[in-house]
Every structure is written in structure tokens, then in C-alpha cells.
Design a protein around this ligand. Sequence first.
Ligand SMILES: *[C@@H]1O[C@H](CO)[C@@H](O)[C@H](O)[C@H]1NC(C)=O
Length: 194
Amino acid sequence: MAGGITAIAVLLITDIAMTWAQVPALGPCPEIETMQGFNMQRYLGQWYEAERYFALFEFAGKCVNANYTDIGDGRISILNRQMSSLTGIRSTIEGEVRLIGRTDESKLSVKFPSLPVLVDAPYWVLGTDYENYAVVWSCSNFGLFSTRNAWILTRSRHPTLEIMEKAYSVVDKHGISRAYFIRTDQKNCPKMLY
Ligand SMILES: *[C@@H]1O[C@H](CO)[C@@H](O)[C@H](O)[C@H]1NC(C)=O
């Protein structure tokens, strides 16, 4: 129990650095199906964070985006970029994506070695058309709790409503609550690097 609470605290501290705000929930991770026939190569490149789950506070980064690159040997690097809504300070964080399971399975894990706390977070792609949207789910069990994360990523910084509706239908299909999603501020983002 105490271990679980510590783990959640650690994750919340980590969130300040990377805005992976968790939604703590009582009970284990729900059973969620990932997508079939996932193609990592088509998933590579630039994605913008359109919406994400949020918990107690808004440690908000704005202009959040990520670039996934194949660096060989089956390794995928991720470069996360964002800017603080409060201070305007820009930050980048590098991580590595790993496939856990079969190569056509969308169960990945993400690790950010530059963070003081090593987290190997699950990263499940629930649905993507590779060209417009992706819905990503991450859930970890901590004793009686689980922490839940979800993102809607889009190829365009300003996705159309039609694209968002497609993403929402993936969210709904998997029985994930829409209630915790908040929109990521992608307005007035500096052109350079973003
Ligand atoms: C993403 O990374 C690749 C490989 O480093 C690079 O060629 C590409 O320009 C990057 N895209 C953006 C938008 O930064």
C-alpha cells in the first residue's frame, strides 16, 4: 500500500517534468484491446498532442509535440518538445520507444532515460490511421490503484473536427472515459523547432 502511494507520488513528480499527468483510479487497469496489424514504420514522424488525460493539477505544457525516429536495431527514439504555459520556457526530452510483444502489436513502452526517475511506461496504440490521428493508452497497476493516461495525437497541429471525431470513436469503442480529456493548447506556438 505504502509502496503504491510512493509510486504514484513519484509518477506525479515525473509529470511535472513531462506533463504525463496521470489519472489515479481505484482498481486495476481495465482490460483494453490494442489494435491489430500495427505498423511502426507508418507511425514514425511528427505528432502533435491534441488532447490528454489530466489529474489534479494542470502542469500544463503547451505546443506539445513529439517526433518518432527509427534509429536502427529495432530502436525508435522519441523527441518530445513543449513549452511551459506559465513561463514560456521551452523544453525537450528524449526517450526511447520499445516494442513489447509481437512486432505487429501496438503494445509499446516508453522510457525517458534523461529523467531522474526511470519510468518504463506502457504505451499502447489503440487506434490510428497513421495519417491523421492516433489514440494512445497507458495504464499501470499499483496495488489497489491504477494510474491511467490517454492521449489523442494528430499529425496536424490544428486537426479538423472530423479528425477528432474519428479519434473519439476509437476512444468510445474501447470504453475509455472521455471525461478526463483536456485539450492541449497549440495556439501561438513558436515556429522554430515547433
Ligand atoms: C523528425 O526527426 C527526423 C529525424 O531526425 C528529422 O529528419 C525530421 O526533420 C524531424 N521532424 C521534425 C518536424 O522535427
